[in-house]
Ligand binder design. Structure first.
Ligand code: 13P
Ligand code: SF4
Length: 330
């Protein structure tokens, strides 16, 4: 029998109770599990903290454990490594990318930036460490508006053109924009959304700002994942059409079990409103990364130091935005 390639871990024993094993390994490895809302529900339930990108970045810096097991996509775990280089950051699947980050390679971005001297470079956190290193400040969907209100023009905004358009409209400004999009949020169908709104006139449309303008114009609330969750939990409304990746529905159902939640349909007859990158992570891969303490996420030190400056600037400029208590279970 041929040997397994070195990079592939030995599979989990199929008789194991993975949830019990993950709980055991968290203690044994002195690990904290951080998860994004788009992870499958079993992973969210085992996590010590579930949050949006800003909250996850912050929560990583507060970890007392030596190991951070990050169930999200690559740029999220990378952000934790950039902020806490002394920790071991492991991920269930190193290949869990993001269309926004992948569509904005650092060398191309650096070249493009040369056309805009004197601009403040504001980058959405959904980008690589290399792009963060070329940026002046990082923003997330929950912090972008607060941060941009503190930054005068001219501004270069990358890599999400939909978030940029939403901010431009909100702030009545114009930015130089890198034309990236999220493969998940651009799939929602306006026609199907209008049909749903007609069939459920009592339901409020709530959407993530990575959606296109033709979708956002129908939304009563546009916010980050945590913002949408908080709105569902606290609003007097009892029904919502939710226009974002459907993983968030798990926490919404927990926070507001009696409310009606209707996921918005994608354009085609597909499961395109499910992030294929986020869903690369499975319970088994989470178990394996804790068992083997691999794969480990590393960032070259020179890139890390430069990228940290732009993330630190975001954290300083959003010191008043607190961690959502809804996401915390530790
Ligand atoms: P949030 O920061 O709102 O959780 O968004 C992250 C993301 O990747 C949405 O697609
Ligand atoms: Fe990236 Fe879109 Fe997936 Fe979020 S939902 S991680 S922006 S591909």
């Amino acid at each position: 029998m041929s040997a397994l390639p070195m990079s592939r871990p030995a599979p989990a024993d199929p008789t194991l109770d993975l949830e019990m094993e993950i709980r055991r390994l968290k203690k044994e490895r002195d690990a904290v599990v951080l998860a994004h809302y788009y992870q499958e529900s079993e992973i969210q339930d085992l996590a010590d903290f579930v949050g949006d990108s800003l909250e996850l970045a912050r929560r990583g810096t507060l970890a007392t454990e030596q190991v951070i097991a990050f169930a999200g996509v690559h740029f999220m775990a990378e952000t934790s490594k950039i902020l806490t280089p002394e920790k071991t950051v492991v991920v269930p699947d190193l290949e869990a990318g993001c269309s926004l980050a992948d569509g904005c390679p650092a060398p191309l971005f650096g070249e493009w930036l040369r056309k805009y001297p004197g601009h403040t470079v504001v980058s959405y956190i959904n980008c690589s460490a290399g792009v963060k290193a070329l940026s002046d400040v990082i923003v997330t969907s929950s912090s972008a508006e607060v941060i941009l209100r503190q930054i005068p023009d001219p501004v270069v905004f990358a890599p999400d053109r939909n978030l940029a358009a939403w901010l431009e409209k909100k702030l009545n400004r114009k930015f130089v924009v890198w034309p990236g999009t999220c493969v998940v949020h651009e799939t929602f169908s306006e026609k199907k959304l209008i049909d749903l709104m007609t069939r459920h006139p009592e339901a409020e449309v709530i959407a993530h700002p990575e959606c296109e303008e033709r979708i956002l114009r129908h939304a009563a609330v546009v916010a980050s994942t945590s913002g949408l969750l908080k709105h569902v939990a606290t609003s007097p409304k009892t029904a919502f059409i939710v226009v974002t990746e459907e993983g968030i529905l798990h926490q919404m159902r927990r926070a507001a079990p009696k409310k009606t939640l209707i996921p918005a349909p994608p354009d085609a007859d597909c499961a395109c409103n499910i992030c294929p990158h986020m869903k690369r992570n499975t319970l088994e891969k989470l178990y394996l990364c804790l068992r083997d303490l691999a794969p480990v996420l590393e960032v070259p030190e020179d890139v890390r130091v430069k990228a940290k400056r732009s993330i630190d600037r975001m954290l300083e400029m959003t010191a008043g935005l607190l961690l959502s208590p809804a996401g915390s279970r530790s």
